[in-house]
Design a binder for this molecule. Structure first.
Ligand SMILES: Nc1ncnc2c1ncn2[C@@H]1O[C@H](COP(=O)(O)OP(=O)(O)O)[C@@H](O)[C@H]1O
Ligand SMILES: [Mg+2]
Length: 331
C-alpha cells in the first residue's frame, strides 16, 4: 500500500471523490461543528446583503485535508446565492488561463481556488489587482513598445483554501478580508457526521459502532466517512446488513487500524523515534530518512494526529516521544 492509499490518509483518494460528493453537506445546518466560523461567515454575508453589495470580502480557509474547506466554500456561495467556479492552484499554469477565468466570471460569483499555495508566481501577481480593484493589468506587446492596459473584470469573491498557510506569501495572505482556520473535530462531532452519513447511505448502525469508528477516524470527517463505508461493505458481506459493534471491530482490524486509530505507518514512525533516536529530539529530515517515509507524509498525515493524541511533542529542537506513546508501544 502506498502512503496515498492508506485508509487513514486524510487526502482525497480515488473512491472518495464520489463519496465526498454524495455525503457533502448541502446546508450550513448539516455542516457539523466549526460553530464560530459559521457564525462569522453568516454575519459577513448578511452585512454585505444589507449593504446591497454584490460580493463579500475575500475569504481564506486553511487546515488539514478532509476537514471541510471545499464543503464550506460551496456553502458560502450557496448562502450568498452566488455561482461558484472552482479551480486548483497548480492547474493554472499561464497568466492567460487565469485572465480568461477572471474575465468570464459573472458579477457576484465566487471563485474558489483550492491549494492556493501551489499557484505559480505569475498568476499570483495577476490576481492581486483583481482582488483589490477588480482589474487586470495587462501588458501588451513587448520590448520598448510594451504598454500596460487595465481591464475591468466583474466583482467577485475569492475563496482560497490551503493546507499550508506558511507556504502562502504574505502579500497574498494580506489581501484576504478574513482568514479562518478549520480545526480538527471533537469526537462527538465526528459521531454526528457518521450518524448523518449512515442515515444518508440508508444503513442502520449501532450507537457503539459509531463510537468505535469515530475513535479511529483521526477526528477527520473524510477519514470517518471512508471508514464508515469500509465497515458497511464488510457488514454487507459478513454481517446481517445492520452495522454492529462486532462488524466495526472486525472490519477495522482487517484494515489494520488499531483502537487508537493508528496504522502501521504511524507505528513505524513512533518506533523509529524511540529505537533509533532514543525518543528524540530529532529533526523531521532525519526521522523521515530513518523511517523510510517522505517528509510530507510525516508532516501531513502522521504527525498532526500523533501530536493531537499526545504521543509526540514538537519542541524547538525536534520531535520528542511522550510517556503515553512509550506505554502504548510496550503493549
Ligand atoms: N463539518 C462537516 N460536517 C459534515 N461533513 C463534513 C464536514 N466537513 C467535511 N465533511 C465531509 O468530509 C468530506 C471532505 O470534506 P472537504 O470539504 O472536501 O475537505 P477539504 O476540502 O478540507 O479537504 C466532505 O465531502 C463531507 O462529506
Ligand atoms: Mg478540498
Amino acid at each position: 500500500m502506498t502512503n496515498k492509499q492508506r485508509n487513514i490518509s486524510p487526502s482525497v483518494m480515488k473512491e472518495d471523490k464520489t463519496l465526498d460528493l454524495a455525503l457533502r453537506p448541502q446546508t450550513f445546518s448539516d455542516y457539523v461543528g466549526q460553530e464560530k466560523i459559521k457564525k462569522n461567515i453568516k454575519i459577513i454575508i448578511s452585512a454585505a446583503k444589507k449593504r446591497k453589495e454584490p460580493c463579500i470580502e475575500h475569504l481564506l480557509f486553511y487546515g488539514g485535508s478532509g476537514l471541510g474547506k471545499t464543503t464550506l466554500s460551496y456553502l458560502v456561495a450557496k448562502e450568498m446565492g452566488a455561482g461558484i467556479r472552482t479551480i486548483a492552484g497548480p492547474s493554472i499554469k499561464k497568466a492567460g488561463d487565469l485572465a480568461a477565468i477572471l474575465t468570464n466570471l459573472k458579477e457576484g460569483d465566487v471563485l474558489f481556488i483550492d491549494e492556493l499555495h501551489r499557484m505559480n508566481k505569475i498568476c499570483e501577481e495577476m490576481i492581486y489587482p483583481a482582488m483589490e480593484e477588480f482589474k487586470l493589468h495587462l501588458i501588451i506587446g513587448d520590448g520598448p513598445m510594451a504598454r500596460t492596459m487595465d481591464l475591468k473584470i466583474p466583482k467577485f469573491t475569492l475563496i482560497g483554501a490551503t493546507t499550508r498557510l506558511a507556504l502562502l506569501s504574505s502579500p497574498m495572505r494580506s489581501r484576504f478580508g478574513a482568514t479562518f482556520r478549520i480545526d480538527i473535530y471533537k469526537k462527538e462531532e465526528i459521531e454526528e457526521i457518521i450518524t448523518k452519513s449512515a442515515a444518508f447511505l440508508g444503513v442502520s448502525i449501532h450507537k457503539k459502532a459509531v463510537d468505535i469508528i469515530a475513535s479511529r477516524s483521526r477526528f477527520n470527517p473524510r477519514v470517518a466517512n471512508r471508514l464508515l463505508k469500509r465497515v458497511r461493505d464488510f457488514s454487507d458481506v459478513e454481517g446481517n446488513g445492520s452495522i454492529t459493534v462486532d462488524d466495526a471491530n472486525k472490519a477495522l482490524a482487517f484494515l489494520d487500524i488499531d483502537e487508537m486509530g493508528l496504522e502501521s505507518g504511524d507505528k513505524k514512525v513512533l518506533e523509529t523515534l524511540e529505537e533509533k533516536f532514543s525518543g528524540g529530539p530529532v529533526g523531521l529530515q532525519s526521522l523521515a530518512v530513518a523511517s523510510l517515509e517522505e517528509k510530507e507524509t510525516i508532516l501531513d498525515i502522521y504527525e498532526p494526529y500523533l501530536v493531537q493524541i499526545g504521543f509526540v511533542k514538537r519542541t524547538p529542537r525536534g520531535r520528542v516521544i511522550t510517556d503515553k506513546a512509550r506505554n502504548y508501544l510496550k503493549k
